[in-house]
Design a protein around this ligand. Structure first.
Ligand SMILES: Nc1ncnc2c1ncn2[C@@H]1O[C@H](COP(=O)(O)OP(=O)(O)O)[C@@H](O)[C@H]1O
Ligand SMILES: CC(=O)OP(=O)(O)O
Ligand SMILES: [Mg+2]
Length: 401
């Protein structure tokens, strides 16, 4: 089965074509700067051990133009991997917010699309772009089955004490105001890898996903039991442009004393806060350079970012009543050695001992970066949300036929 996975973001699209059940990645790509001049599409084709990379700079005014270009590349005379768009049997979409309606992978219907649209205000950076990806794919590969995999689905196993807010009951029962949690596909994927590595399906993990958006999850026996993002993907850790945890009093003050309207508050907390607000940069590589150049804002930002991770490690160790491994993943978690070192420092009491030299080693494989004495393993595991989405599509459609 040829499954084309689309992870459509606000200004970028990531995609990957898989053949299942072999789980073989055929090609992958990243389209950046959509809607700006000089959009860039980087397309990789995998042939056995070899990787062919094709990069094109062109103007892609919108997501439709971007996905159209990706599909053209799939069929390109030189780098193509299929002859006809009809060979794409399934398009698997990452959708960030599934609300309470979706606890599992779902085939797209008009009803499903309406629900994804209804959830736009709860994930304003994500659901609109995800929705657009579905509409464009329906147009470009109309014969394919469109399937959605929700970031929220994995966290549906959380107990009520973790997913409820202390608000009047009706706000939950009638309005669905509760913790949903996000990055579920990634937390699930790395937790499964970690359980396999330890040979212990019942193991207790804290999975730490640090990308542009950042979240942590407490996972026991393969199930999410708590997570740091909430009703929307805004609470918890400090992120690239999002504030993470914040006393709601700040919002009242912004509105009543400083004249912000809802739009401006949302814009501030989602797009202008986090590392960007603290340093002027949202990309950790830029902040790392600023830190090396002695920038005090970058130093404070690293401090806040890693201190918040550490607090959640403490909280989730208590929640799990034990810990087998910490798992770092996603762009920052897989690459930023200083973040890992700082987030794990001075936690010997909890049995967490990072090995400084192992932490510095570079690899794209699962690896262990704790000392031999450390009671808790510290693992770096590259996430693969796209493969997890393809697996879920395959398992759904296999049951369906
Ligand atoms: N070598 C690296 N060192 C430090 N940070 C990195 C490195 N490579 C990528 N990152 C960071 O990873 C983040 C993006 O992570 P990613 O998982 O791709 O996010 P998303 O999927 O949300 O776009 C960026 O902040 C980027 O700076
Ligand atoms: C849910 C979320 O924050 O996703 P991302 O990290 O892709 O922005
Ligand atoms: Mg991501």
């Amino acid at each position: 089965m040829n499954i084309f996975v689309v992870n459509s973001g606000s200004s970028s699209i990531k995609y990957q074509l898989f053949r299942l059940p072999a789980e073989q990645p055929v090609c992958s790509g990243l389209i950046e700067r959509i809607g700006l001049e000089n959009s860039v599409i980087t397309h990789k084709v995998y042939r056995g051990e070899q990787e062919h990379v094709e990069q094109r700079t062109l103007d892609l005014p919108d997501h439709e133009a971007g996905l159209r270009e990706a599909i053209n590349l799939l069929m390109d005379a030189e780098v193509g991997v299929i002859q006809d768009p009809a060979e794409v049997e399934v398009v698997g979409h990452r959708v960030v917010h599934g609300g309470e309606s979706f606890a599992a992978t779902t085939i797209v219907t008009d009803e499903v699309k309406r629900e994804i649209k209804r959830l736009f205000p709860l994930a304003p950076l994500h659901n609109p772009a995800n929705y657009l990806g579905i509409e464009v794919a329906e147009k470009l590969v109309p014969q394919a089955k469109q399937v959605v995999v929700f970031d929220t689905a994995f966290h549906q196993t959380m107990p009520e004490r973790a997913f409820r807010y202390a608000l009047p009951d009706s706000l939950y029962t009638e309005q669905g105001i509760r913790v949903y949690g996000f990055h579920g596909t990634s937390h699930k994927y790395v937790a499964e890898q970690a359980a396999e590595y330890l040979g212990n399906p019942a193991a207790k993990f804290i999975t730490i996903h640090l990308g542009n958006g950042c979240s942590m999850a407490a996972v026991e026996g393969g199930k999410s039991i708590d997570t740091s993002m909430g009703f929307g993907p805004l609470s918890g850790l400090v992120m690239g442009t999002r504030s993470g945890d914040l006393d709601p009093s700040v919002v009242f003050h912004l509105v009543s004393q400083l004249g912000y309207d809802v739009e401006q508050v949302s814009n501030l907390l989602n797009k202008r806060s986090g590392m960007l607000g603290l340093t002027g940069f949202s990309d950790m590589r830029d902040i790392g350079k600023a830190l090396a150049a002695g920038d005090p804002h970058a130093a404070l930002a690293y401090d806040l970012y890693t201190y918040r991770i550490k607090k959640y490690i403490g909280a989730y160790t208590a929640v799990l009543n034990g810990l087998d491994a910490l798992v770092f993943t996603a762009g920052v978690g897989e690459n930023d050695t200083l973040v890992r070192a700082r987030a794990c420092q001075q936690m010997e009491y909890l049995g967490i001992n990072l090995d400084a030299a192992k932490n510095e080693e570079r690899s794209r494989q699962l690896r262990e970066i704790n000392t031999p004495e450390s009671r808790v393993k510290i693992l770096v595991i590259p996430t693969n949300e796209e493969l997890e989405i393809a697996r879920q599509c395959f398992s759904l459609l296999r049951q369906d036929t």
